[in-house]
Design a protein around this ligand. Structure first.
Ligand SMILES: [Zn+2]
Length: 350
């Protein structure tokens, strides 16, 4: 009887020695995760954790456009809610002040979910529109607080048709006559929605734009937004490259329109589409010399933290915290591509 603990200890010691003396070659999955982790560094930890570590995040928002329950994760307790009127979550849990982050780019986000206003010489382009409860306090009042007139909104570009980014769009269209731009498949899913969808359903008429695989260049006044078709997170996800001014100097921005992959399962086509999209937007960002990477969730681009940093006094010569350099932008897309590659292998998608 007394010998048993001794044997267990001996077995444990033996296996430790084996592991230490002949390290198995890291698996292919681990290699992709290690590459992603190195690329993320300290800048993109949220993106790395959510995309690369299994079980770290609910799968909800990875669903196809218009899929039931395809709402944003962490949506203040409203994930997977049925369409239609719902009580708004307590404002104290999500409200954030608006901030001007470049000479002509304004962050109009709640703490987790971002909308942006890009001011041009011929009006304003809104990028993503948050939940229905956020449209008035964050976007309409946010613009007014920052000296922008909501009546100047000419276009709304939606990265993809999930509630955390599109519930505000119908109001901007009906009240201000803004034209709506969406990826083709996400437009189709949107038009099939029930009229009771939170925030309402936008109409597709003359002047609204449906973007296909060839992408689209939207020019408004002095500004051109290069819209890149990046299906994956939804089948019609869009990403963008556009210029902003930082103290008068032109800086190129890359906007990543869709992130999570949780619902892809063993659907290899879906994984490949997502991975190809990351390569395509990374190339477009490189060609444009993009040195800023932003998205529509603060946990990926730290927009809420960076916006507040800018509001604090910025000493002369100190770089805008949104500028991560061309290398930083490329590293961001490396995290997405490598995590997706690892997850595809992990899901045995063939
Ligand atoms: Zn989404």
């Amino acid at each position: 009887m007394r010998i048993r603990p001794y044997l267990i200890a001996g077995t444990a010691a033996l296996s430790f020695c084996t592991a230490a003396s002949s390290q198995p070659a890291p698996s292919e999955i681990d290699a992709h995760i290690a590459t992603a982790k190195a690329a993320a560094g300290l800048d993109f930890r949220g993106t790395f954790v959510n995309l690369c570590l299994p079980g770290g995040f609910p799968a909800g928002p990875g669903g196809r456009a218009g899929a039931p329950g395809g709402r944003g994760a962490g949506a203040a307790g409203r994930a997977a809610a049925a369409p239609g009127p719902r009580p708004a979550p307590d404002r104290a849990t999500w409200y954030a002040s608006p901030y001007k982050v470049f000479d002509n780019l304004y962050w109009l986000g709640s703490r987790q979910f971002s909308s942006w206003a890009l001011r041009t010489s011929a009006g304003i382009i809104i990028i993503d529109t948050n939940f229905d409860y956020a449209i008035e306090p964050e976007i309409i009042q946010g613009m007014t607080q920052l000296g922008l007139n909501p009546r100047d909104v000419k276009y709304v570009i939606l990265s993809h048709a999930h509630g955390d980014h599109d519930e505000g769009v119908a109001l901007l269209q009906s009240r201000y006559g803004a034209h709506v731009i969406m990826g083709g498949p996400d437009w189709e899913a949107t038009l099939k929605r029930d009229a009771s969808y939170a925030g309402g359903v936008p109409k597709r008429g003359a002047g609204d734009i449906s973007v296909g695989p060839e992408g689209y260049k939207l020019t408004l006044g002095d500004t051109t937004v290069n819209i890149v078709f990046t299906p994956g997170h939804t089948v019609g996800t869009l990403s963008y490259i556009f210029p902003v001014k930082d103290n008068g100097k032109t800086v190129m921005v890359a906007y990543s329109g869709g992130t999570l992959t949780g619902a892809f399962g063993s659907d290899a086509k879906r994984w490949d589409e997502y991975i190809d999209s990351q390569k395509r937007i990374a190339e477009a960002a490189k060609a444009a010399g993009a040195s800023v990477i932003i998205s529509n969730h603060s946990e990926y681009d730290n927009a809420y933290t960076k916006a507040r940093l800018i509001a604090a006094k910025r000493d002369p010569g100190v770089e805008n915290p949104f500028i991560v350099g061309p290398d930083g932008v490329q590293r961001y897309f490396t995290v997405m591509e490598e995590c997706a590659t690892a997850s595809k292998l992990r899901n045995n998608a063939k």
